[in-house]
Design a protein around this ligand. Structure first.
Ligand SMILES: [Zn+2]
Length: 215
C-alpha cells in the first residue's frame, strides 16, 4: 500500500493545473461539438449525422481517459484509442437489435437497445473487476474496468440530453439539461481519479504511466 505522502501526491496530480485545464477544454468541446452537429449539412445526411455523432462520443472517451492518465509516454496513446473505441462502439447495439446494417432501421427501433441501459454499466464494470480479481489477471490491465466506466458513462450522459437515462428495469428519466451533461462529462475523469486513488488502482497504475509519486 502506498504511504499517506504517496497518496497525497497522487491526489494532487489529479488536481494539477494541466489536468483541470484539460477538463475545461473537454467541457468546451462538448458545448461546441453538439452545436456544430446541428448544421443543416450534417443534419440532412443520415450517415454523416450518425458518423459525426459517434465520432463525438469517441473523442469524449479519448479525452476523458487522457485526463485520467495524463499523456507522458507514446504507449499511452494505445489506451486512449481503446477508450475512444469503447465509448463509440456501444452504438453497434442499434444494428444488433434491428438485425440489419440499415441505418434507417437502426434509428427507428421500437425500444432502446440493451447497451443503452445504464444499469448495464455498473453490472459489467463490477463483473469485470471481480473476474480480473478472481483470475488474478495482470495488474497492468487494472485500468480496464475504470476505462469502461468512463467511456460508457460519458456516452450515456451525452445520449441522455435527447433521450434521458434508461435505468432498466426502473424506467427512464426525462432528458438531461445540456449544462448538466457538460458539467458531468468534464468532471467525470476527476471523480474517477479520486475513486481510483481510494481503491488503490491509481497507485497500481502509477509505475506504468509515470503518474509521478514522489516520497
Ligand atoms: Zn448511443
Amino acid at each position: 500500500m502506498a504511504s499517506e505522502t504517496e497518496k497525497t501526491h497522487a491526489l494532487l496530480q489529479s488536481c494539477s493545473t494541466e489536468s483541470l485545464l484539460s477538463s475545461l477544454g473537454l467541457g468546451l468541446f462538448c458545448t461546441v461539438a453538439d452545436r456544430l452537429l446541428q448544421f443543416p449539412i450534417i443534419q440532412q445526411n443520415a450517415w454523416l449525422r450518425a458518423l459525426s455523432d459517434n465520432s463525438v462520443h469517441c473523442v469524449i472517451g479519448m479525452w476523458s481517459w487522457a485526463i485520467v492518465i495524463g499523456i507522458r509516454k507514446k504507449t499511452d496513446f494505445g489506451e486512449i484509442i481503446l477508450a475512444g473505441f469503447l465509448a463509440s462502439f456501444i452504438d453497434i447495439d442499434h444494428f444488433l437489435l434491428s438485425g440489419s446494417m440499415s441505418l434507417k432501421a437502426a434509428l427507428s427501433l421500437p425500444r432502446r437497445p440493451f447497451l443503452h441501459c445504464s444499469t448495464v454499466i455498473p453490472t459489467v464494470v463490477l463483473t469485470l473487476k471481480f473476474t480480473m480479481h478472481f483470475f488474478k489477471l495482470k495488474d497492468s490491465w487494472c485500468f480496464l474496468p475504470w476505462m469502461l466506466f468512463i467511456s460508457w458513462t460519458s456516452h450515456h450522459i451525452r445520449d441522455g440530453i435527447r433521450h434521458g437515462l434508461w435505468i432498466c428495469p426502473f424506467g427512464k428519466t426525462s432528458p438531461l439539461p445540456f449544462w448538466l451533461y457538460v458539467i458531468i462529462t468534464s468532471s467525470l475523469p476527476h471523480i474517477c481519479s479520486f475513486v481510483m486513488y481510494f481503491t488503490g488502482t491509481r497507485q497500481m497504475m502509477s509505475s506504468k504511466h509515470g503518474i509521478h509519486i514522489d516520497v
